[in-house]
Design a protein around this ligand. Sequence first.
Ligand code: PLP
Length: 400
Amino acid sequence: DFRPAERIEQLGVSEILAIGARAAELRASGRDIITLGAGEPDFDTPDHIKQAAWEAMQRGETKYTALTGTAALKKAIAGKFARENGLDYRPSEIIACAGAKQVIFNAMMATLNPGDEVIIPTPYWVTYSDIVELCGGTPVLVPCAADQGFRLSAAQLREAITPRTRWLMLNSPSNPSGAAYAAEHLRPLIDVLLEAPDVWLMVDDMYEHIVYDGFRHATPAAMEPAIRPRTLTINGVSKAYAMTGWRLGYGGGPEALIKAMSVIQSQSTSAACSISQAATIAALEGPQEFLAERAEAFRARRDLVVAALEAVPGLACRTPEGAFYAFAECGGVLGRQTPDGRRLESDREFCAWLMETADVAVVPGTAFGLPGYFRVSYATDVETLRTAMARIADACATLA
Ligand code: PLP
């Protein structure tokens, strides 16, 4: 009999994947399901990046690379950090991995002992808590609802810190809420951390280029030199450059941490894909104008989705500053009855009902640790979004 390790028994199968599987099943049976669950841009990887990958292959860059990334890639990453974030990282302070997800995994694997606590503001990307648990740590979830802009407050952080706290994980703009921390929101959190010298800070800036209305992205290590020696700044090309399949993410942090992370990497992937590393150099050093153009396309979609959800009686949606997610409240429809006499008791039931009756797949807030909400990914074309929003409105209008 197959017997899984105890460490994976505590982890559920990702709810997002389960919803995707159910949508695929319904589609196979002939239903026209619109999936607003995916966390990836609908745009394609720009041609100049693909071209760079091809040229790298022709040059023979198809072999193992240095463990933490090629010298040329690290130079490109250091250049990006300096140019866009005002961060000065040496090559020994940079690691490239098979996606930002592996950066996080390496960091937790390299630092957590059993019982070590990691503070995660909720709603959160489920990967955070699952990785912490896989690595033997204890996620400490701090609820941050819409009425506080889905942002952790200094008082909440102070309260959550214990002698066992190893890390605070921050994600701005956030998956799933789309909320972002401006410098004025980060400052009070940094001040709390300055009083707690044993707590490290993991910052996930993955969506920094997908921000709206002139929002200015800020990152703690650049804001406060005193926090830099215990901050891991994470980024990657998946979202900004529409390169989710290339699997390339990177982190900048103090050399001792990067070294420990590279030990984990040396016995898992050995290095990120050589071809993806070359493509990433082209992404980071090539033309950047399309980033703003794509962000503008996402903004138009955000406006459409937020307005449509706000117009539905019983739903409410805070306007997100970035990423391509809207995190809407559905408390006003819970407790109401469907035409076939079922009472919708939770965000999970509401989302399942939308899929079964309105042919729209969205993800319940419970999957991100905050019940009473649902996440809409608007990384899809305007026409599809219009249809999906109309379906949600029509379905909700049938509730008694
Ligand atoms: N960080 C956040 C907040 C994300 O939402 C995602 C993907 O959904 C990632 C990181 C993953 O990045 P990568 O594709 O580089 O592993």
